[in-house]
Each structure stands twice: as C-alpha cells, then as structure tokens.
Write a protein that binds this ligand. Structure first.
Ligand code: IMP
Length: 202
C-alpha cells in the first residue's frame, strides 16, 4: 500500500491526521517509525520555511511522501509576534505557562478592542517523486486578560473565539478541530493527498 509519513513525534497530532485520512488507501506512518530520522531545527523565518524544510528532509531520508506542519500565534498589536517563535516566546525551553505569562505582560497596556490575534498553520506536502504543495489554515480570535479553561495546550486558555464566547481551552477537542487553524489546513490537504494517490506521487 502507498505510504505517507507525518513528520512529527507528537502522537496526538499523528492520530488526528490518521483519523482524517482513514478512508484513503494509504498507510500513515510517523517519525516513531523512523527512530534514526534527523532532528530538524525549526529556524526558518516563516511557517512555510519550517514546514517545507521538515517535509523535504524527512521525504529525502525516508524516500516516502511526507507531510509536515508548522504553526503558531500571531498577535496584531505585537506586529505578528510570537509567530514562528511561539513555542520559545519566553525562552528556549519555556513552558506554556511561561509563554502565556509573557504574552499577558507584553499586552498589559493593549485595550480590549485592540487585542486581535490569529493562529496560523502551514502544512507542506513533499513527494520524493518531485512534487511540493503548501496549504494554510487561519483561525481568528482575541487575546483575553486572564486564562480561561483547562483543555488544549499552549496559548489555548488566552485565545477567545468571539462567535463562540469561549477560549480554545474551553472547547472539546472535536469543537476545536472543526474551527482551528490546524483543522482547516488539514481539510485543505485532504484533496491533494487524494490527487497525489491517483497520480502515483504517494
Ligand atoms: P507546532 O508548530 O504545532 O509545534 O506549534 C508551535 C507552537 O505554537 C506551540 O508550541 C504553541 O505555543 C503554539 N500553538 C500552535 N498551535 C496551537 C494551538 O492550537 N493552541 C495553542 N497554542 C498553539
């Protein structure tokens, strides 16, 4: 059967993608199946750079079509920060709590009507047979002034979805996946995977 590698060791992410691709004749593998795969430094200037770099390196290493994603939070009043540095906003090995505290500190003087933000996710699909595609998903929201909710991860407790009146941390996983940046990007990648299977690129 055709195989697609998800360039991630995060089993939660891999499971989500597996579920989405369940109806297709493709064997979904992850980096757990390739313990010797190289570590990839996410040092690009954009989400696109990082997603493409990961997908290219792993496609070359495995000889198989590869899907890689990169995502983060962009805050309008901070000129798009933390952006590609979302995971390391408060320092190289910062915890979610430290990143959230830094975000609130940076936005202490920003009034409520100017606290717009968005999560962005870019997915790169690379075939060693010589094809590359990028798709993107965006979820708009607002950064609130104190954490709400206990689900999710990262900046979820500070990210309010205005039309739901709830933060990402107050949504079930299914509710979040339906509207999230990653959920949207994954929906967009699905028809491309189907097309590539038909064309023998996967
Ligand atoms: P990754 O590219 O999925 O590893 O995400 C990079 C960083 O962006 C994470 O460590 C989080 O800080 C932030 N991030 C990305 N997606 C989400 C999300 O859905 N909720 C909260 N934080 C996120």
């Amino acid at each position: 059967m055709a195989a697609l590698v998800i360039a991630s060791r995060n089993e939660h992410k891999v499971e989500e993608i597996r579920k989405l691709l369940a109806g297709l004749a493709v064997n979904v593998l992850s980096l757990r199946d390739f313990p010797d795969a190289p570590e990839i430094e996410e040092d690009g200037a954009t989400f696109q750079d990082n997603a493409l770099k990961k997908a290219r390196v792993i496609a070359r290493f495995t000889g198989l079509a590869t899907l890689a994603d990169d995502s983060g939070l962009e805050v309008e009043s901070l000129g798009g920060k933390p952006g590609v540095r979302s995971a390391r906003f408060a320092g190289e090995s910062a915890s979610d709590a430290e990143n959230n505290r830094k975000l609130l500190r940076c936005m202490a003087d920003v009034p409520s009507q100017e606290r717009r933000a968005q999560f962005r996710c870019v997915i790169a699909l690379v075939s060693p047979k010589g094809a590359e595609q990028l798709v993107e998903g965006i979820c708009p929201g607002v950064i609130i002034e104190e954490e709400r909710g206990s689900g999710g991860f990262g900046y979820d407790p500070l990210f309010l979805v205005p039309h739901l009146g709830k933060t990402f941390a107050e949504l079930s996983m299914e509710e979040k996946n339906r509207i999230s940046h990653r959920g949207k990007a994954l929906q967009r990648v699905l028809p491309i995977v189907r097309e590539w299977l038909e064309q023998g690129l996967i």
